[in-house]
Design a protein around this ligand. Structure first.
Ligand code: ZN
Length: 220
C-alpha cells in the first residue's frame, strides 16, 4: 500500500475535475474511476476519459447498471422531468438513492486492489440539493465502515465539502485549470459541455458560482 497514492471518483464534471487536479497536487500516484450507472448522459464518462488522458491519469470505468433499476429518479429515467428547485419537504428527484454509497464502496475495493490508501470525492455539503450522501457525517461514517469491511486504513478526502461553487471555481483557478474546468467539463443535466444549457439546476448553480467568483476576483 502506498500512502502517496489516491483514487479519484471522477465524473468529468466541475467538482470532480477540480478534485482530480487537487489530488494531482497532493499525491504522487493518482488514478481515476468513472461509473456507468444508467445515467441519461453517458457521454459524461467519455468526457471524463478525455480529461483523465489529458492529465495523464490512469482511468477505469465501472459499469453498475443496477443502480438505475433500483429506484426511479430524474437522472436515470428519461420519463421523469427533473425538479428545477428543491421541493420544500423532500429531496429533489435528481437524488439517486445510494449512489455515493455504491460509488465509494466500489472505489474502496478498487483502491485496495491498486494499492491506494486515499480516496477522493467531490461531494459538498454546501450544495443546494441537500443530498444526504453528500454530507460530511455520511462520508466519515462510511470511511469507518469501509476500513472495517476491508481491514484497511483508507482516508476519504473531500476537498470541496465546505466550499460553495464560487470557492470551487477559485480552487480550480489556484490549481491553474480554470479554463479547462470551464470549457471541458460537463455539469449540465441536459448534457451540454462547458457553460451548458444555462437553465437546468446544475447550470444555474455553476453559473451563479462562476459569476460570484469572477466578481470577487475583479474587485480584488
Ligand atoms: Zn444545463
Amino acid at each position: 500500500m502506498n500512502k502517496d497514492s489516491a483514487v479519484v471518483v471522477f465524473s468529468g464534471g466541475q467538482d470532480s475535475t477540480t478534485c482530480l487536479f487537487w489530488t494531482l497536487k497532493h499525491f504522487r500516484h493518482v488514478r481515476a474511476i468513472s461509473f456507468l450507472y444508467g445515467q441519461k448522459h453517458q457521454k459524461e464518462v467519455e468526457i471524463a476519459r478525455k480529461i483523465a488522458e489529458k492529465a495523464s491519469v490512469p482511468f477505469d470505468i465501472m459499469t453498475i447498471p443496477f443502480i438505475s433499476s433500483l429506484s426511479k429518479n430524474a437522472l436515470t429515467d428519461s420519463t421523469i422531468t427533473m425538479d428545477q428547485e428543491k421541493p420544500q419537504d423532500n429531496l429533489p428527484n435528481t437524488f439517486v438513492p445510494g449512489r455515493n454509497l455504491f460509488f465509494l464502496s466500489i472505489a474502496a475495493v478498487y483502491a485496495l486492489e491498486h494499492g491506494c490508501d486515499n480516496i477522493i470525492t467531490g461531494v459538498s455539503q454546501t450544495d443546494f440539493s441537500g443530498y444526504p450522501d453528500c454530507r460530511d457525517s455520511f462520508i466519515r461514517s462510511l470511511n469507518v465502515t469501509l476500513n472495517l469491511a476491508l481491514e484497511h486504513q483508507f482516508v476519504i478526502h473531500t476537498p470541496l465539502m465546505w466550499l460553495d461553487k464560487a470557492d470551487t471555481w477559485a480552487m480550480a483557478d489556484q490549481l491553474g485549470v480554470f479554463d479547462l474546468v470551464r470549457t471541458e467539463t460537463l455539469t449540465c443535466y441536459n448534457g451540454i459541455r462547458g457553460d451548458g444549457c444555462g437553465h437546468c439546476p446544475a447550470c444555474k448553480l455553476r453559473k451563479k458560482g462562476l459569476e460570484e467568483y469572477l466578481k470577487r476576483k475583479n474587485t480584488k
